[in-house]
Design a protein around this ligand. Structure first.
Ligand SMILES: [Zn+2]
Length: 112
């Protein structure tokens, strides 16, 4: 059974749901608007409004630091899931605090 995964294009600031098989999930898909790479945001992503530039900046920042809206659990329980930050400012702290949960493939190569 395929399931609906959100892919978003950071340049068009649009998200598209695509039915994919989890065993064979492409990490990137071409954007239907601009042909650029869309990132896989999993099943839990809620796209910001297209004109909400600040929110999209936050999304891009999280992606660049290896956070693709995967669930982050700090403990074994259902309630130990960490909420994603609401603002870019919160995101700056978030990526440092939860660095160990970042997806290694997309960790930005920055020095700070
Ligand atoms: Zn695009």
């Amino acid at each position: 059974m395929p399931c609906n995964i959100s892919y978003a294009c950071l340049d068009c600031r649009k998200a598209f749901k695509r039915p994919v098989h989890l065993q064979n999930m492409p990490e990137h898909a071409p954007c239907p608007e601009c042909g650029g790479p869309m990132h896989d945001f999993g099943r839990h992503f809620k796209a910001p409004r297209q004109d909400d530039i600040k929110q999209w900046k936050k999304v891009r920042f999280l992606i660049e630091h290896g956070f693709r809206f995967q669930k982050i659990r700090t403990g074994p329980g259902h309630h130990d899931t960490v909420p994603y930050p609401d603002t870019l400012e919160e995101a700056r702290t978030f990526v440092v605090t939860y660095r160990r949960f970042a997806s290694p493939a997309s960790v930005a190569d920055d020095a700070d």
